[in-house]
Design a protein around this ligand. Structure first.
Ligand code: ZN
Length: 234
């Protein structure tokens, strides 16, 4: 085969891989309840915000969500909830969904099973103390698993929620690039990863300001992760 034929074949394979990795329910066949994406015929998507609550960006994100009248899901770090209960309270009062993202944000493999169980329980306990009873959603830091995490999640009755579109806002990806990546790849059932805390400046806020009206225009509705799960095709 000539070189340019091989290059074209490689491009087609890459395009197909991207399409399927973005649109298919990658949770299929996993031994635990873990979702990267939800298989649904609805044009519904879930925006998720990790690593808050934090006074630097969470309130600005809440303002945009309020203006657009859409819900989102916040995967919170327990120690931040403890440090900024007022910010957390505003997220709860606004009606958004909260998921557990551990207490100190350790990568799962770097701690013992007992420590990880404590991270999850402690965060649930803090959330309960400020009036939020858990919905069983959990997101492991960096989306990483260990061999023993599935059993722990099973025991604590948690569903792992990952994502199929990483905006890379944590790496300060320019907002225009975030918008165009989502514009090209979005489809119903997507779970999109953003952060309401990053070190340095955030590109999340200008990105969602453009993105939400653009996706509404294209007929997408915004739902919480739990609502998205309830829209699963049977
Ligand atoms: Zn995180």
């Amino acid at each position: 085969m000539k070189k340019h034929h091989l290059q074209r074949l490689a491009a087609v394979v890459l395009a197909l891989t991207m399409l399927f990795s973005i649109c298919l329910p990658l949770s299929a066949g996993k031994p635990i309840r873990a979702y990267y994406h939800v298989s649904t015929t609805e044009k519904a998507i879930a925006l998720t915000f990790d690593d808050g609550p934090h006074p630097r960006f969470t309130d600005s994100i809440l303002e945009i969500l309020e203006k657009e009248k859409i819900p989102a899901t916040f995967f919170v770090i327990g120690s931040n909830v403890e440090a900024y209960p007022d910010v957390m309270q505003r997220v709860i009062t606004a009606g958004h969904e909260i998921g557990n993202h551990t207490y100190r944000h350790p990568i799962v493999k770097t701690v013992t099973d007992e420590e990880m169980a404590w991270e999850i329980d402690k965060t649930d306990e803090i959330l309960r103390s400020i009036g939020y009873s858990g919905n069983g959603l959990f997101r492991p830091p960096q989306g990483k698993f260990s061999d023993t995490l599935p059993a722990l999640l099973e025991k604590t009755n948690k569903t792992a929620i990952l994502w199929n579109i990483d905006t890379r806002d944590w790496a300060h990806t320019p907002s225009e690039e975030i918008v165009s990546t989502i514009e090209k790849n979005v489809c119903g059932g997507d779970i999109i990863l953003f952060h309401d805390y990053v070190s340095g400046e955030s590109t999340t806020i200008p990105a969602i300001k453009k993105l939400i009206p653009m996706l509404k225009e294209r007929g997408y509705q915004f739902v919480t992760v739990s609502e998205l799960l309830s829209l699963r095709d049977s």
